[in-house]
Write a protein that binds this ligand. Sequence first.
Ligand SMILES: *Cc1c(COP(=O)(O)O)cnc(C)c1O
Length: 233
Amino acid sequence: MPQVAERLARLQATLHAAAARSGHPDPALLAVSKTRSGTEIAALQAAGQRLFGENYVQEALGKMRELAGIDIEWHLIGHLQSNKTRDVATHFDWVQSVDRIKLVEALARHRMAHQPPLNLLVQVNIDDEGSKHGCTPVDAEAICEAIAARPLLALRGLMAIPAPSPDPDVRRAAFRAMRELFDRLRQRFSSMDTLSMGMSDDAELAVTEGSTMVRIGTALFGPRPVKSGDGLS
Ligand SMILES: *Cc1c(COP(=O)(O)O)cnc(C)c1O
């Protein structure tokens, strides 16, 4: 088995075991492919992976062109600037980083009527005081409402990037707070089915706490070359 297929199989087994232990369904697996080449993405896709996440719009558009015709569902997971919303609304299948109503309006304006609705997650800043991205838990409901009101957008759930902490109890508390917020909002917005949380370092913990989608880069592709702002912008 090629190395990448082996990593994929091993990761799926780990996630399945964590889900089974805690009585949750298997989470969806988003392969985070920032800085990875089209060739690396195609190899992972050939091994059965279909969901890919990108952080930077221009980088992603290049890969979409290169891989046109291959069955991939593209997710934007990086911070989204208002001046990029046209490209994002027309080319991506999901946007996980929606954290203000202005973005909702712009994405709705640019999604084309012949396309299926654009799937959105509201990014919530659950505990990271150092981050400028993500809305407050209190503001999440109004953003959900704005999305649910627009027929070209589909409200699918919430996303979070908790602050990294060496203390698993601190991370667990953040995941748990997200799951509670998700369950509460879901009573009002029945289209919500996705809680995106957990990365290479903490995916098992996130799944144990009720994540339905983990975003994994390093554990699938190997270590990324270090680059300033990587993962944060
Ligand atoms: C880079 C990134 C990931 C994946 O990180 P790994 O530690 O490589 O698994 C997940 N989510 C977001 C938002 C990222 O920017």
